[in-house]
Ligand binder design. Structure first.
Ligand SMILES: Nc1ncnc2c1ncn2[C@@H]1O[C@H](COP(=O)(O)OP(=O)(O)OP(=O)(O)O)[C@@H](O)[C@H]1O
Ligand SMILES: O=P(O)(O)OC[C@H]1O[C@H](OP(=O)(O)OP(=O)(O)O)[C@H](O)[C@@H]1O
Ligand SMILES: [Mg+2]
Length: 285
């Protein structure tokens, strides 16, 4: 029997709900909505979940206290913990950006001598060093946008999702994004083997595919299959089965969810009929 896989999961905040939803879709036990358990055992799957602050997760995983965890790429880099990203999870997307009062500062290269407030001091300091900018980093815990108004900083560097918080604080984005972030699965940086990690990865990749793809079935005249396959080629290769109706075949193919309607229109144009789209509930690719 393998060792129990110990998985760190965000206990609150923007990543908490979506992380639990993804694990549930991957077949694991999770806390009920609003649940406050700190530890949850899932003996059927030989795993244990530890609900922790997302900012601390890279520290637990980096030190080897826990085997793997789900956190934000920005938080992982900010921690400088010896942990590495093993899979991007396609939720919790955000950018990490500079903002200031409109017209006050033009570019990062003009930051010398200015005060930049952030709750991601590690991430910001490495960026400023890399860009050879000599600015003062003001470390705050949150509500960073208010720092400019209160005169504590000239510029802020913070997480931006919709940009609403910045606008409400009368600030404007400045320069290029420092980082594009999303939720990621992390493990120890030294790549030491972890019992059960391969299975967890297969399950999470299965959820990503089930979310991104749909199954498409259609009937078409056999001589048009090559043309149809050029429109929708599938992950591997489409399944083609004979139909009772002479000269026709049934085709089954996975297509990207966001392209499904365009593909249906194009298939229809070349003579496909009875085109059906269904969700993929779960898969292992
Ligand atoms: N709208 C958002 N606001 C904050 N963090 C976000 C948002 N969207 C995605 N994230 C990501 O969530 C992580 C921050 O989560 P965390 O739980 O620390 O902060 P939070 O959601 O702002 O919660 P809190 O209320 O404790 O500040 C980061 O990786 C960040 O990139
Ligand atoms: O671009 P938006 O969609 O407005 O989202 C980004 C804002 O949301 C988060 O703040 P949160 O409410 O978590 O407060 P905090 O700064 O205290 O963490 C984040 O720190 C930004 O301030
Ligand atoms: Mg926050």
């Amino acid at each position: 029997m393998n060792n129990v896989l110990r998985i760190a999961v965000p206990n609150k905040g923007a990543l908490s709900g979506p992380a639990s939803a993804m694990l549930r879709e991957a077949g694991y036990r999770q806390r009920s909505d609003g649940g406050r358990d700190l530890v949850l055992r899932d003996p059927d799957n030989n795993v244990e979940f530890f609900f922790l602050r997302p900012r601390d997760i890279a520290v637990y995983v980096g030190s080897g206290t826990l085997d793997v965890g789900i956190t934000g790429r920005d938080l992982l880099l900010d921690s400088a913990a010896p942990a590495k990203e093993v899979l991007a999870l396609d939720f919790g997307h955000s950018t990490f950006r500079f903002a200031a009062r409109p017209g006050s500062v033009r570019d990062v290269d003009d930051f010398d001598g200015l005060r930049v407030a952030t709750s991601f001091a590690g991430l910001l300091s490495s960026y400023l060093t890399e860009r050879k900018v000599d600015a003062e980093v003001v470390k705050l815990d949150g509500a960073v946008e208010t720092a400019v108004q209160l005169g504590v900083a000239d510029v802020i560097a913070d997480v931006v999702e919709t940009g609403t918080t910045l606008r409400q604080a009368g600030l404007e984005i400045l320069g290029e994004p420092i980082l594009h972030s999303e939720a990621v699965l992390i493990a120890r940086a030294d790549g030491a083997p972890v019992d059960g990690l391969e299975q967890l990865l297969r399950r999470l990749k299965g959820v990503l595919v089930a979310r991104r793809y749909v199954m498409m079935d259609y009937d078409i005249r056999a001589e048009h299959v090559d043309q149809a396959t050029a429109i929708a080629s599938g992950l591997e290769s489409p399944t083609v089965s004979p139909l009772h109706r002479e000269g026709w075949v049934a085709v089954r193919v996975m297509v990207p969810r966001d392209a499904a309607h365009r593909i249906m229109d194009e298939l229809w144009e070349i003579g496909a009929r009875a085109i059906l789209v269904t969700d993929i509930h779960a898969c292992r690719i």
